[in-house]
Design a protein around this ligand. Structure first.
Ligand code: DX5
Ligand code: ZN
Length: 220
């Protein structure tokens, strides 16, 4: 577990001014960049790949939290390691036997993350907690920003924290904003991925600080 932290999701950002957006986020107190990599196959949307992450790597010191919504992540792992990711998270639905890939990520000195979709139960990932540094609980169907928070995610986060214990960083992703983060915070979430609730606001810093304060006040 760690101090509740907002991870702005780089999906609904202004791609025409990406470096400026990251500089603005940094000035506004962001510490983590959540990169939503989509391949148009595992999810019905295409965003960007390792080249984009790499091109911005030497322009920011922020923590690179890569969320790979792609098929066959093992095939592309070296690209994300080369891009300088600090955490690399892939989906159990894409890799039913994730142990070897989790190990490869950890052996590279990068946090190994496992994500699971709303329909996938905690029991599906429970056998792999020993090899996992971070678990990303999807509170929307992956593929798009701006979707509504799935309420049952609160109970699921509670189940996940009980099963995973305190040594695993728990992150929640999708529809997170001031009105939805209290439940996950009471259930012990550490990272709060926020796309629309940051980039939809005039002042990113106000949004980040408001949500971080809320999450830290609600903590167990
Ligand atoms: C969805 C992505 C999320 C999404 C979050 O597939 O994994 O990170 O971009 O965006 P909001 O916060 O708008 O739901
Ligand atoms: Zn994401």
């Amino acid at each position: 577990a760690c101090l509740p932290t907002i991870a702005p999701s780089m999906l609904k950002c202004d791609y025409g001014n990406l470096q400026a957006e990251i500089e603005q986020l940094t000035r506004d107190g962001a510490q983590v960049l959540h990169w939503d990599v989509m391949d148009g196959h595992f999810v019905p949307n295409l965003s960007y790949g390792a080249l984009l992450l790499k091109s911005l790597r030497n322009k920011t010191d922020l923590f690179y939290d890569a969320h790979l919504m792609i098929s066959d992540p093992d095939r592309y792992l070296d690209d994300y390691l080369d891009a300088g990711c600090d955490a690399i998270t892939f989906h159990i639905e894409a890799v039913p036997e994730p142990t070897a890939l989790l190990k490869r990520i950890k052996d590279a000195g990068v946090l190994a993350g496992l994500s699971f979709n709303p329909q996938t139960p905690v029991s599906a990932i429970e056998p792999f907690f020993g090899e996992t540094d971070l678990v990303l609980l999807m509170s929307v169907e992956p593929g798009f920003g701006g979707q509504s928070f799935i309420e049952s995610s609160v109970e699921k986060m509670q189940q996940l924290r009980t099963a995973a214990g305190l040594d695993v960083i728990l992150s929640i992703d999708g529809g997170i904003g001031p009105d939805t983060l209290s439940g996950p915070a009471r259930s012990g979430a550490d990272l709060y991925v926020a796309g629309s609730s940051v980039f939809g606001e005039e002042d990113y810093g106000v949004a980040i600080r408001e949500m971080e304060t809320l999450a830290r006040d609600q903590g167990p």
